[in-house]
Design a binder for this molecule. Structure first.
Ligand code: HSE
Length: 436
């Protein structure tokens, strides 16, 4: 059989890694795919830049449209990132009858519905394993391995940059800004690092995971997003004292009222396996009704780990080149005609437990006022710590863990407590999940 010809859009870290992995493991990959897979074309903005791969047998161009319009290329691998021109390039590739593999999480999260509709109309595949959690085969697991389950919820550490920052803050007592600079230097951060620290990158990935877990359309604009820039050294230390770790989690949960879709810093019990996922590593915990909890762990970024996912997708495409499009695994795991319109809940309707840190005047009756207001809102306290005042300070830190409460109710209680003359505004709040 003739080799399959692949064109790469982008020859940076992941593109270079893909060329290297395909070469290094060519024998094994051919035995699995049934055909040899060759990168024959690649585009890059600046051809004079040094590469991590050998490009002597690849036709190079600075114009990615040359690749999506080249009749020789059968599979286009989009590794440019960003929404434009990646979207136009993919749509052109589909229009020209080419299958697509993409690592572009922002693109799939925001324009995936349109792209998949176009691909289905043309009988083509758009595969996106590398878009979520780098080398961890979480799309494959959710879409195929867990297909017999009703997925109840999933929670993921899906941004390595944030996990690295939070790990360093906990282990070495370092400050947020200081660690961020180092995380950027490590090369994991997005081109715009606010996408990492403000939770946008994790929200892109959560949008994709939720869609294939529950069979709902991709709805990035419905995700509640809160990043880690407000997490302080103090909160990390208090969480540790109480037996918790703070992680940036992407959480998708099915409830009777609708789907919860949220990205925020979260206290989780230190004894959970996922709480011990440190540094730039990623992990996704999935609860299926039949299988129970399953945990997927590994490298969420980097040249070879992401290339591992790219190559897996290329092999999947090669294996299905001759199969009837109707019999392929659907892009979003569920048949397009069976996608559900179950609503995504606004954050005010989400129920979760909370960590609250207050700065209160050190005088009689203050604690009684706080607990009275919480009781009036039916908010039950799980744990409470009151710290000594620092020398010269008139206010003391009070740390509270609550039982589960609807966010709307908690907001009302916080507003009342913040109105007390004895409390400094704002009260710090971090959501808490037991993940049990
Ligand atoms: N910026 C991302 C991260 C890269 O830190 O996880 C992988 O998507």
């Amino acid at each position: 059989m003739k080799p399959v010809k692949v064109g790469l859009l982008g020859l940076g870290t992941v593109g270079g890694g893909t060329v290297n992995v395909l070469r290094r493991n060519a024998g094994e990959i051919t035995r699995r795919a049934g055909r040899e897979i060759l990168v024959t074309h690649a585009s890059a903005r600046d051809l004079s830049r040094p590469r991590i791969c050998d490009t002597h047998d690849i036709k190079l161009s600075t114009d990615p449209y040359e690749i999506v319009n080249d009749p020789e290329v059968e599979i286009v691998v989009e590794l440019i990132g960003g929404e434009h021109p990646a979207k136009e390039l993919i749509l052109t590739a589909l229009e020209n009858g080419k299958h697509v593999v993409t690592a572009n999480k922002a693109l799939i999260a925001k324009h995936g519905n349109e792209i998949f509709a176009k691909a289905s109309e043309k009988g083509l595949m758009v595969a996106f394993e590398p878009a979520v959690a780098g080398g961890i085969p979480i799309i494959k697991a959710l879409r195929e391995g867990l297909t017999g389950n009703k997925i109840e919820w999933l929670a993921g550490i899906i941004n390595g940059t944030c996990n690295y920052i939070l790990t360093e803050m906990r282990d070495k007592g370092r400050d947020f800004a200081d660690v961020l600079k180092e995380a950027q230097a490590l090369g994991y951060a997005e081109a715009d690092p606010t996408f990492d620290v403000e939770g946008v990158d994790a929200a892109h990935k959560l949008t994709i995971l939720a869609s294939i877990a529950f069979g709902i359309p991709l709805q990035f604009d419905k995700v509640y997003i809160e990043g880690i820039s407000g997490v302080t050294q103090l909160d990390v230390a208090y969480a540790e004292t109480l037996g918790y770790r703070i992680k940036l989690l992407g959480i998708a949960r099915r409830t009777e009222k609708g789907i919860e879709l949220r990205v925020h810093p979260t206290l989780i019990p230190a004894r959970r396996l996922i709480a011990n996922v440190d540094g730039v590593k990623n992990a996704v915990l999935v609860e299926g009704d039949a299988v129970g909890p399953t945990l997927y762990y590994g490298a969420g970024a980097g040249a070879d780990p992401t290339a591992s996912a790219v190559v897996a997708d290329i092999v999947d495409v090669v294996r299905t080149l001759t199969s009837d499009p109707e019999n392929r695994v659907p892009h979003l795991a569920f048949q397009p005609s069976a996608i559900s319109d179950i609503p995504v809940l606004p954050i005010e309707e989400v129920e979760t437990a909370y960590y609250l840190r207050l700065s209160a005047e050190d005088k009689p009756g203050v604690l009684a006022d706080i607990t009275r207001i919480l009781a009036q809102h039916q908010i039950s306290i799980e744990a409470l710590i009151q710290k000594e005042p620092l020398t010269g300070e008139t206010h003391i830190p009070i740390i509270l863990l609550t039982h589960k409460v609807q966010e709307r109710e908690l907001n009302a209680a916080i507003a009342e407590i913040e109105a007390l003359a004895s409390i400094n505004k704002p009260i710090k709040r971090i959501r808490l999940e037991t993940l049990g």
